[in-house]
Design a protein. Structure first.
Length: 263
């Protein structure tokens, strides 16, 4: 299937590893030019190099998405280099694991707010002038299955990702007149560094091995395994493509059937 992405320009945040890296390379395979950012400049350049092997232009911009000035610089460099933006994929590392009692003061809450919610707000605000000028665009918000079913021991993530989902749903209506589509993509248990960290934290809290936690989780996934990052990336790339031109305001689960709720 021709996804209609060849020659388009996609911005992918936090793309040096994990799901962000997989998504960036997924676009590259479809012939999409890339602007990617991360705090890890060395790893980011490695992703850009891998993307260029598919024959696309890849711009690597070191940036911390918790900093408004870094996001502004990322957008400015992208527009200057490519002339505009067609696709934005918002992404950021997750806040630390823990329960309500683990975060008694304002500092971790404010940090999670800046990382998880405000990074999305600022990235979207930054690309809107270009997308409007180009006659439309696609915004994909990488969030979490916790927007449907809160995840134990992830209070910070649960709270702010719910806000991100509400933002995306609201913007889907506000931006539709400009032919800008906005969708959420919800990873379930995808085999990344972040998932390994969460499995380790949960294993320590439960006093069992990481493998025990892994097997307990897999037992709840109908497809019987953790997902591969490339499988998640395929869903993101499709939603951003011309083949998904009538999909906006949706929350697509990529979870092997893990989330059981009907809505």
């Amino acid at each position: 299937m021709d996804l209609g992405l060849r020659g388009k320009v996609a911005m992918v945040a936090a793309a040096s590893q994990g799901l962000g890296r997989a998504v960036a390379l997924g676009f590259a395979r479809e012939g999409t030019n890339l602007a990617i950012c991360s705090r890890n400049e060395t790893a980011l350049e490695a992703v850009a190099k891998a993307a260029r092997e598919y024959g696309v232009d890849a711009l690597a911009v070191p940036a911390d998405v918790t900093r408004a000035e870094d996001i502004a610089h990322f957008v400015e460099r992208t527009v200057s280099h490519f002339g505009g933006v067609d696709i934005l994929v918002t992404n950021a590392g997750g806040p630390p694991a823990g329960t309500f009692q683990d975060f008694p003061d304002d500092t971790p809450w404010q940090a999670a707010f800046e990382l998880t919610l405000m990074s999305v707000v600022r990235l979207i605000r930054g690309v809107l002038p270009s997308m409007r000028a180009r006659g439309g665009g696609a915004i994909i918000v990488m969030t979490s299955s916790s927007i449907k079913v809160p995840i134990p021991n992830l209070i910070l993530s649960n709270v702010f990702r719910a806000g991100v989902a509400a933002l995306a749903k609201t913007l889907a209506e506000e931006l539709a007149p400009y032919n800008i589509r906005v969708n959420n993509v919800l990873p379930g248990r995808i085999a990344t560094e972040r998932l390994l960290y969460l499995d380790q934290v949960n294993a320590e809290r439960a006093g069992v091995s990481v493998e025990e936690i892994r097997q307990r989780t897999i037992a709840q996934i109908p497809l019987g395994r953790y997902g591969d990052p490339e499988e998640f990336a395929n869903a993101v790339v499709f939603l951003a493509s011309e083949r998904a031109s009538y999909i906006t305001g949706a929350s697509l689960q990529v979870d092997g059937g893990y989330i059981k709720c009907i809505y």
